[in-house]
Write a protein that binds this ligand. Structure first.
Ligand code: SF4
Length: 313
């Protein structure tokens, strides 16, 4: 495992020389590296890049076995070094009641070695309560980043069938915040056209600089590599129409530019590389007759499409 980590770090350093870091290595994420202790994840998200790699690239498990995770005892038992930069834990699975004890063993080792740790999770309250209590001694070296891609439980349960619901995630965020931990949110991938609704729900529980120690923010990013990674097996025509097609539309450049216009300048907003790539492209001309997206489920459902000013060049 140490050899793997060293290799990962070398690869990342080489990559860092060539280009701006992206994904897990992006500034404010796991600049020092990532640590994981199992293959598989019971959340079984339809867009999971880790499953794609484990099943199709490295042939570590079958598609069916992915949702029945297997803990690697060697990764729990080994010692961990002090990494150069914040360590993300985990990045290819989640922390659940099933693996919480083993995750806590590794988290303590990372913290005892002097690391700053970013815990990334689609959290449930029972796991969050356990973590905030068990890690109190190191709380100024721990930051939580909770993934919340939609405020709709229907949307979440389609895309992330085994993961906690919206209320559970918001309660976890507020719990970590009020317990004095650094908190932030990843709305990556956003799972519908209403990322601003998630932002509104989270704002009160996000750490502000300088208390966020560079690990704060509300990060928004696209679902990447859709054609190779997204698993729509078992989805009905109705679900495709309800959850897949609207997300496809919300990933278009024009929608993204409008969303950026709507949210830019607000506190905490951080754009992931997938969004920056779009906004750094030269702008397209917008027709005066183009529809303007609505960013609030309430606006769409109760008031119809909202008319907002848009820039027309
Ligand atoms: S929680 Fe993360 S690792 Fe687990 S299935 Fe979902 S995307 Fe994959």
């Amino acid at each position: 495992m140490e050899a793997d980590l060293a290799k990962d770090n070398r690869k990342s350093q080489i990559a860092n020389h060539k280009s701006r870091p992206t994904g897990a290595r992006e500034d404010g994420w796991g600049e020092g590296g990532t640590v994981n202790i199992q293959t598989g994840c019971e959340h079984d998200c339809r867009y999971c890049y880790a499953r794609h790699d484990a099943v199709h690239r490295w042939h570590r498990c079958t598609r069916t076995a992915w949702a029945e995770p297997v803990i690697d005892a060697g990764r729990v038992d080994q010692e961990y070094p002090r990494f150069k930069g914040r360590v993300m834990f985990p990045s290819t699975h989640d922390i659940t009641m099933r693996n919480a004890s083993e995750c806590l063993v590794v988290l303590r080792k990372l913290l005892e070695a002097g690391n700053e740790v970013l815990i990334v999770s689609k959290p449930s309250m029972n796991v969050t309560a356990l973590l905030v209590e068990a890690l109190k001694r190191w709380q100024h070296h721990v930051a939580f980043r909770f993934t919340i891609g939609s405020a709709s439980d229907n949307v979440l349960s389609f895309w992330e069938p085994g993961a906690p619901n919206f209320e559970n995630r918001i309660k976890s965020l507020s719990c970590a915040y009020y317990e004095g931990y650094c908190t932030s949110v990843s709305c990556e991938p956003y799972l519908d056209e209403f990322a601003p609704d998630v932002y509104q729900a989270c704002c009160a529980y996000l750490s502000r600089p300088p208390f966020d120690r560079g690990a704060g923010g509300f990060w928004i990013g696209k679902l990447r590599r859709w054609d190779s990674r997204v698993d729509l097996s078992g989805a009905t025509d109705e679900q495709i129409e309800q959850y897949v097609e609207p997300l496809r539309a919300a990933q278009g450049d024009e929608f993204i530019r409008a969303m950026v216009g709507h949210l830019s300048g607000r506190p905490f907003i951080r754009w992931k590389d997938s969004i920056r790539e779009v906004i750094e492209k030269p702008p397209q001309r917008i027709s005066a007759t183009d529809a303007v997206p609505s960013f609030s489920r309430e606006d769409t459902e109760e008031n119809g499409l909202r008319e907002i000013d848009k820039g027309i060049d």
